[in-house]
Ligand binder design. Structure first.
Ligand code: GTP
Ligand code: MG
Length: 390
């Protein structure tokens, strides 16, 4: 057996060299899908900037914004200012309707830009004007052109209050226009980076979205230990619905086990994904990463999924990952009952509960009432009108 293994290792090295020397074959048809990554609005543009600096082989980066000043600072393959006559290049001021109209006005440009795209990632922070309003329009245009469209959107921090409602509307619109929407909840960053200031927490999210898009793109476009090809991604991502993501990294000795533990304790959205019908698992490690470890990671992460779930996994070796392993897993087809997945306790529901509390007649603790007026003036049945509490 050992001699067969040795021969296989030598041959696989030889085949790698042969693949490189065969790359000029049929030059006019490279067989690669056209992949574009679009960032809409401020948050989306920041993620694109990060991605551009990280370098993604085989994908174009496009930044779209109504805010000229911000757009001018972004590095990407293409930059598009939308709704110039509507916003004068000053941003959508938190109004998703303005963002949506701006994207509609740029429809002809966007249609030309997205012609013949196979896979389109769209990233935006939900809750503002431009990203929330324009991302669903861009997604629909890409989908109408035949692309598989994957949204990667973030849900605002709880402190952003009113933006949460806009974000929930935006998420709903994205779910309609995209094949899959990966929702990342900014609030989950609190368990990863509890002591970072807000701006830097955003930056962690940009990095995370960037790494995921880069990871998926490069397992398609670059040779890997276990390849994920475009058809695989298409199969998983076209399942529809809101998806969630698990992330983990480990450099411990039992790295397969510890990375799975980290992934499972840190989902980027607080939802139950156990019945998910699809999973795309991307593993990156050093040359010490074995097939058994990769398989162990993939099978542990998918143990609780639907028995008919489509599971696709890919593994890449990187020189700078020696002794380490990093996992990004996307679970698609996640449902909360009949509804699409969303944060466990949406802000709209929380607001409703707060309103009800304010409206509900209070039953006063009569024993603690200290009347300051003649008792006849104190109508106990009138609930909130009683203000004689200690
Ligand atoms: N990941 C990330 N999220 C951000 C960043 N800045 C803001 N956000 C989040 O994204 C949401 C939308 O903010 P922006 O992207 O700045 O808004 P916009 O789409 O540019 O909208 P307008 O400025 O109103 O035109 C915010 O509510 C934040 O939750 C960032 O730099 N990175
Ligand atoms: Mg903005």
């Amino acid at each position: 057996m050992q001699s067969i293994i040795n021969a296989a290792v030598i041959n696989s090295e030889r085949e790698k060299e042969m693949k490189c020397s065969m790359q000029n074959y049929e030059d006019d048809f490279d067989g690669q899908p056209r992949i574009v990554i679009i960032g809409c609005g401020g948050a989306g543009n920041n993620t694109i900037n990060r991605l551009h600096n990280m370098g993604v082989s085989g994908a174009e980066t496009i930044a779209i914004n109504t805010d000229k000043q911000h757009l001018d600072m972004i590095q990407s393959d293409k930059r598009i200012l939308i709704g110039k006559s509507l916003t004068k290049g000053l941003g959508a001021g938190g109004y998703p309707d303005v963002g949506r109209k701006a994207a509609e006005m740029a429809r002809p440009t966007l249609e030309t830009l997205l012609e013949s795209v196979d896979l389109c990632f769209i990233t935006a922070g939900m809750g503002g004007g431009t990203g929330t309003g324009s991302a669903p329009v861009v997604a629909q245009i890409a989908k109408d052109q035949g692309a598989i469209v994957v949204g990667m959107v973030s849900y605002p921090f709880d402190v952003e209050k009113a933006r949460l409602i806009r974000a929930e509307d935006g998420l709903e619109a994205m779910a309609k226009s995209c094949d899959s929407v990966i929702l990342l909840d900014n609030n989950r960053l609190k368990s990863f980076v509890p002591n970072l200031p807000l701006a830097q927490s955003f930056s962690v999210m940009d990095q995370l979205i960037g790494e995921t898009v880069k990871g998926i793109t490069e397992t398609i476009t670059e040779p890997s230990l276990i390849n994920i090809d475009y058809a695989d991604v298409r199969a998983i991502m076209s399942k529809g619905g809101v998806a969630t993501m698990l992330v983990g990294e480990s450099k411990q000795q039992n790295k397969a086990e510890s990375v799975v533990r980290e992934c499972l304790s840190n989902p980027m959205l607080d939802i139950d994904y156990r019945g998910a019908t699809g999973a795309l698992i991307h593993i990156t490690g050093g040359s010490d990463l074995t097939l058994i470890e990769s398989e162990e990671i993939a099978s542990s992460l998918t143990y609780e999924l639907d028995p008919h779930a489509d599971v696709i996994w890919g593994a890449r070796i990187r020189n700078d990952m020696e002794g380490k392993v990093r996992v990004l897993a996307i679970m698609t087809g996640v449902k909360n009952g009949d509804a699409i997945a969303q944060p466990k306790h949406p802000y709209r529901v929380r607001l409703e509960e707060m309103d009800q509390k304010i409206r509900a007649p209070k039953t006063p603790d009569v024993g603690r009432i200290k009347p300051r007026m003649p008792s006849a003036a104190c109508d106990l049945a009138s609930g909130p009108d009683i203000f004689y509490f200690k």
